[in-house]
Ligand binder design. Structure first.
Ligand code: UT7
Length: 334
């Protein structure tokens, strides 16, 4: 039997209209554009500020565009997986809400929680379902409304994050393209450094938890930074070496957009020039599970069939990893 590969066949994306600039953030907390640009690299981020709209709204916009661009019939979609840390509700899943909004009748759907590494885990998950031979069209979506859990009085975290969503279609091929290899890792010892203190089953919501601001994202930035640089660099170098990828035949590095200094460190370790690194952190900030597919959405036009791409991310858990993709089609317009 011929080997089945799982290949990405299209990209859709969505970012909200509202732009939150560094100037505006400087009025909320004691910071300035120069600090944010030199320490993080974010100029502005998009915020979903219309009341009553959550992550599934952005996911729906992204997935609708994807279905249009790929000419997909809703009845043909087998599976939808949404990676998010900011679901519409604790339950049901954001993926099930998305299925309804897209009018999918023959799909099953679930959410995946791997924080900022969500899209890496999604690609690996979709690849395994496709390679089983039982599924032909899978939509994977990275979507996060980070503004719903950012404390806009905390200068250490509020400049970093933004809202957005992007979706890709994954399908089978017998050609030598697609999701070729990966190395994914999890280390639960990361819990103290990046988490939300309350709202889950350990510490359910109460007046106490609200009064004590325990429903916001908490991060010990310096520690997370250190682990992100070393783990992303190590695992990307490992996957590159295992697949005979060098600075000469790596076409694109697609890193999580958390901090420009982390992105530079990963590129330096691979000796890949920054021109070959997809970067949009200046415009969107860290949109968690959405950063990697939003890079695909922004730069889709530049991508060529056969391009060697290394995706890498690091997030709460800790979770991290690298996925090697051989791109499956010549670039398309947004
Ligand atoms: O996506 C999930 C994974 N997350 C990440 O990868 C994030 C990793 N961490 C980071 O990106 C960085 O650690 C941050 C951007 C969060 C912080 O940058 P840093 O260079 O590690 O700063 P720091 O926390 O060590 O703080 C340095 C100084 C401190 O002042 P002192 O103690 O040296 O006087 C902070 O109080 O900068 C101060 N500071 C600020 N100053 C102006 C912290 N935030 C700000 C701010 N504006 N917004």
């Amino acid at each position: 039997m011929e080997k089945i590969n799982a290949v990405i066949t299209g990209v859709g994306g969505y970012v909200p209209d509202y732009i939150l600039t560094n100037e505006e953030i400087s009025k909320m907390v004691d910071t300035n554009d120069e600090w944010i640009m030199t320490r993080i690299g974010v100029k502005e981020r998009r915020i979903l500020n219309e009341e009553g709209l959550g992550t599934s709204y952005m996911a729906r916009k992204a997935a609708k565009q994807l279905m249009q661009k790929t000419g997909s019939n809703p009845d043909d979609i087998d599976l939808v997986v949404v990676a998010t840390t900011t679901p519409d509700y604790h339950f049901p899943s954001t993926a099930s809400i998305l299925c309804d909004k897209l009018g999918l009748k023959n799909a099953f759907a679930f959410d995946l929680q791997a924080a900022c590494s969500g899209f890496l885990y999604l690609m690996e998950t979709a690849a395994a379902f496709i390679q089983s031979g039982r599924y032909k069209k899978i939509i994977i979506v990275g979507a996060d409304k980070m503004s719903s859990m950012v404390n806009y009085t905390d200068r250490a975290t509020c400049p970093i994050f933004g809202d957005g969503a992007a979706a890709v279609m994954v399908e089978p091929t017998t050609e030598d393209y697609g999701i070729m290899d990966s190395c994914l890792r999890t280390d639960g010892k990361g819990l103290p450094f990046l988490h939300m203190k309350a709202g889950g089953s350990v510490c359910p919501p109460s007046y106490f938890t609200v009064d004590n601001k325990m429903h916001y994202l908490y991060q010990e930035g310096r520690t997370v930074f250190k682990y992100a640089v070393s783990n992303m660099s190590d695992v990307t170098a490992h996957i590159a070496e295992k697949n005979n990828l060098t600075k000469d035949n790596i076409d694109w590095v697609v890193p999580h957009q958390a901090n420009m200094r982390i992105i530079d460190a990963v590129a330096n370790r691979l000796e890949v020039p920054i021109e070959k690194v997809l970067v949009n952190i200046q415009r969107y900030g860290n949109t968690s599970a959405a950063t990697l597919p939003l890079c695909l959405w922004d730069f889709e036009k530049k991508l060529k069939k056969g391009d060697n791409m290394l995706f890498t991310a690091f997030g709460a858990g800790f979770t991290w990893g690298t996925v090697y993709v051989k791109w499956g089609y010549d670039g398309a317009e947004k």
